[in-house]
Each structure stands twice: as C-alpha cells, then as structure tokens.
Design a protein around this ligand. Structure first.
Ligand code: ZN
Ligand code: ZN
Length: 555
C-alpha cells in the first residue's frame, strides 16, 4: 500500500473566491492558494470574506508551504490574514509574489514568510511533494498550472486558465508538457477551473481585445480617453498603452494599485511603456485631452476606486466632462452589476461617452469555455476528476463536460468547501468534513461573526427600538422611564401615541414582574424585550431590534 494523499477544500468550491486547498501526505500539509472573496450585498459592512482556517491552524506546524498559482486576490489575498497565525514559505512566479507582497507588507507580516520565486518549467521539492510549475495563460501574466508528484501518482491542478493561442506575451499554455505527463505515468487526479463551464465555444484571445481598442481610439480623436481595467491585468494595460502610443497619446495610470502595478510590472520586464510615454496623475490636465489616455482602477464599480470617484466628480486629479470617453475594459463579476451600472449612469450624467463590454468587445475572459475544457480533458485523460473554482452549477456543468469526453460518472466527484477527500490505492472518495464557514472581516477591527451580521441585517431592514428604565431593586419599584428611543423604525414625531402605548405596556409588565419578586437586571431586561417585542409586532407587523437598558438606583 502506497501512502494515501488527502485533499481538503477550504474555499473556492461553491463560490467564485477565497480559493484554498490543502494537499496532505505523511502528515505534511501543502496549501494550493490562499485567497479572499469579496462580500455580497447582504454581508453588511463586511470588507472581505476568508476561508475558515480552523483545520490549518490546528496543525499549523505541519504546513510545509503554499503554492500560489497566480496573483489574483481570490488566490493570494488571504496571506495577510493566515500569516498572522502560521508561518510558511510561499512559492510562485515573480509577478504573483509581487502582487501578493503589498498586502503582506502592509500587515507587517513579511518576516513570517519566505517569498520564493519559481520560474516556468521548474520543479521544486516542497515537503514530501515534487511540484512542477507549468506555464498557463490567464488574465494575469505568469500564471501556473501545477503538477504534484505524490505517493499516489500525479495530481494536476489547472490553475485559473484559458487556452489562448495568441497570448500578448507569447507565453503559451504548455499543453505539450501536460500531454507528456499524461502519456508517461498518467494523471491520477485532475482539479480544473470551472468558471466558464456553462459557456459554449472558446474564450477569445486576449490579443483580439487589442484590435478592438485600437479601432475605438481611431474614432476618439481629440477626446480624452479613460479606460478602467483590473490593475493586475498587465497584458490589457500593455495593449492599451500600445494603442495609445499608436495615436501619439501619453499614458497616465490613475488609482493606487494601478500606479503600483505599472511600476512593478515595468521593473520585472513584463510591461513595456517607454518613460517618455508615461505621465503622472498630477500632469493629466497639462495635456490636451486628445493627447492622453488615463488607465484607472474601478472597473468593478468598487466604491473607493478611481473610476467611482471620477463618476461622482470626487477625483482630485481629473473631472470628467463631455470631452471624455470612458471605456470599461472588463465584465462585471456576478454581484457587482448594480455597482457598475451606477458608475456608468453617473459618468453619463457628467456628459461622458461610455463604452462597456455590453456594447463592444472591449474585454475577453481569462477562463476557459466549454470547448477548451474538452480539449483539456482530452489531453489530460485523468483517472479521477474534481471540478474546482466555481459556483455549484459551474462545477456540475464541468462534470458533464468530462462525461461527454468519455469519463465515467463514478470517476468524477463534485465536492464542496469543507470536503475532505482521500486518494489511495482504492481510488478517490470523500472521507469527512472540516469547518468551512465564511469568515467575515470588517476593516482592521477583527473578525465579524455571523451573529453580528444577523444583527446588522435586522438593523438594516427593521430598525432599532431602545427601552431605558431605572429601577430600585431593593424596594422592587420602577423609578423612572420607560424612555423609548428609535432609529430606522417609525418616525417618532408621527408616532407619539404608539410610543406612549409602548411605554405604558412596558411599565405595566415591568411593575408586575417586580411585584412578583424578579430582582435580577438580566431577567428584567428579558421581560422588557418580550413585552416591547410582542407589542411592536402586534401593532406594526415589524420586528425591529429591541435593546432594553435596565439602570439601577441605589437610594
Ligand atoms: Zn480565480
Ligand atoms: Zn484568476
């Protein structure tokens, strides 16, 4: 019997975001990615959603490292949280580490890790695993598929990928090598990106966006062009800069992460913009509008981003007018549609022309569609398959694709966050569950529990009623109050009678409870909450949060 290998999924299976998987052999844990997810609209006041790290933290000493497949936040954004409680080295391409580094540094955690750059085609021994880093195309440069040589054979993780045969940097997905791995020892288990599994056809090549942008600029002579895209999408930025250069425009990066990434990518030799073609945000208005292209952050409508500020006239460097054309070189991630639409509307109110992916092909996805996923299956021919990186319906669609390519249904496992699988001599199966709840983070204050979030939902939908009383516990008497204050419930000036009735009901119930001998403040608070809650529900059919406050006099 060869040593079994366990795979535990902490995030990314069931939602797009917070990707994190753990590979385990002989007691050693190797992470594949450590990402965050951005919150939904109903996660009030939450900045970031993390994987539940409980499983890892119980065995923090066993972590031998983390493989970072590429530099997107849903893959590397979690380090600045996990590294507070565990230390381990991170392996990834130079750009991936560069993108991850900023947040780790901001959190003061750089000394708790060793950022280890790896190059295309290299194999590194990390704990019990030999890990191969295989070039793959995606919407950020230097992304990897990774092959893990384990006691149970080779596990191939596709990473986020598309099969782009005309990549902007000429770095192709190394299908030949993947085919060679499949052909020699075979791929025991494939884990592959499901994001676009329900989309027919092939993803368009990133370089096709360059032509569209070039043609657009042709029609914008004399007008300032402002383009929003992901700050990590270095190839998009390259194509924008090339198009700008062709029309004699200088390029102005706008927004903190855009400026930082442009600088870093130029230093790494991944982005080619001559010094003479680059200007700072301060100098945008020194140039004629027709001579400038502004490249900014905020393509997802993020509230504090450069584009959101431009849309509301709050950007300190630039005001949008009717001589501007704004291009959103992006597609809204599910959940962001509303924010993006609002930004577009506000830009149009300022008089700008707005071009977005709904009216022109100014964006290409970074994730493989159905025909590419079939091609991948046909090359890899895995013995076992687990779809990853998707909502549940994406993963089911991906499972169907594998079946359509000849895989038997019982060799495919659709797993979810928290599932623990074992790969041993008998094959692959689920063997248990680990904690996998959403972990909410609010600013730097710390973790937000789901209880706090439930309170916020009540407050946002029902409002708050506070009831303050003062009692003399020794004599069992209500001394003052009830004072009623409300927020977000009913307008107090129009509801004087209702509030007076409420105060009366609370006073009666409380007096009775005191007469019956109740003397504990928590018990009295409970009496108030019940009396006020029942009264409010009867009279208004609403359930605001009731906050009783019992003060005690010591006469
Ligand atoms: Zn991803
Ligand atoms: Zn990605």
């Amino acid at each position: 019997m060869a040593e079994p290998v366990h795979i535990t999924f902490l995030g990314g299976l069931g939602d797009i975001g917070r990707n994190c998987a753990v590979l385990e052999q002989e007691g050693a844990l190797l992470l594949i990615d450590c990402g965050i997810m951005f919150p939904d609209n109903d996660m009030l006041g939450v900045d970031v959603v993390l994987p539940d790290f409980t499983f890892l933290l119980e065995r923090a000493d066993d972590i031998v490292g983390c493989v970072a497949t590429h530099g997107h936040e849903d893959h590397v954004g979690g380090f600045s949280y996990l590294l507070r409680e565990a230390t381990f080295p991170v392996f990834g391409s130079e750009l991936t580490l560069g993108l991850a580094r900023g947040r780790i540094e901001e959190a003061g955690l750089l000394k708790r890790t060793e950022l280890t750059p790896v190059a295309d085609g290299e194999t590194w021994t990390i704990g019990p695993f030999d890990v191969e880093f295989i070039p793959t195309t995606h919407s950020v440069p230097e992304a990897f598929a990774t092959a893990y040589h384990t006691a149970q054979g080779t596990i191939l993780h596709s990473g986020d990928f598309k099969i782009d045969l005309s990549p902007v940097d000429g770095r192709l997905t190394d299908l030949a090598h993947i085919g060679a791995l499949a052909d020699t020892d075979g791929i025991r288990l494939l884990l592959a990106d499901s994001t676009n599994a329900d989309q027919p056809g092939h993803a368009r090549s990133e370089s096709s966006v360059g032509e569209v942008l070039y043609n657009l600029l042709h029609h914008e002579e004399g007008r300032r062009v402002i383009v929003a895209c992901f700050a990590s999408h270095i190839h998009r930025i390259q194509q924008l800069a090339d198009a700008a250069g062709a029309f004699g425009r200088v390029v102005a990066p706008l927004g903190r992460s855009m400026r930082r990434n442009v600088t870093m990518a130029r230093e790494l030799g991944l982005l080619h913009i001559p010094d003479s073609a680059l200007i700072s945000s301060d100098d945008i208005t020194d140039h004629d509008p027709g001579d400038v292209m502004v490249i900014c952050t905020g393509s997802q409508g993020e509230p504090m981003s450069a584009l959101a500020q431009l849309s509301t006239g709050d950007n300190r460097w630039l005001k949008v007018t009717d001589s501007d054309t704004v291009i959103l070189s992006s597609h809204p991630i599910p959940g962001n549609e509303h924010a993006v639409t609002r930004v577009i509307d506000n830009l149009m109110r300022s008089g700008a022309d707005v071009v977005h992916s709904g009216i022109s092909d100014v964006h290409a996805t970074g994730h493989a569609k159905r025909e590419e996923l079939k091609l991948y299956q046909s090359i890899v021919q895995p013995e076992w398959f687990v779809p990853v990186h998707g909502e549940y319906h994406h993963m089911v669609a991906h499972a169907r694709i594998a079946e359509s390519m000849g895989m038997s249904e019982d060799r495919i496992i659709v797993a979810e966050d928290g599932d623990r699988l074992v790969l041993d001599d008998d094959g692959l199966r689920k063997v248990g569950r680990v904690p996998s709840e959403y972990v909410y983070v609010h600013g730097t204050v710390g973790d937000v529990s789901s209880g706090v979030l439930a309170d916020r939902q009540v407050l946002s939908q029902e409002g708050l009623v506070s009831v303050i009383v003062c009692v003399d516990l020794s004599r069992g008497r209500l001394v003052a109050g009830p004072e009623i204050a409300t927020r977000g419930w009913v307008p107090p000036e129009e509801s004087a009678d209702l509030l007076a009735d409420l105060a009366g009901r609370v006073a009666d119930t409380l007096t009775q409870a005191l007469a019956d001998g109740t003397r504990e403040r928590p018990a009295l608070a409970k009496v108030i909450r019940r009396a006020a809650g029942g009264f409010v529900a009867d009279r208004t059919r609403r359930r605001p949060m009731i906050v009783p406050v019992v003060l005690e006099t010591r006469a």
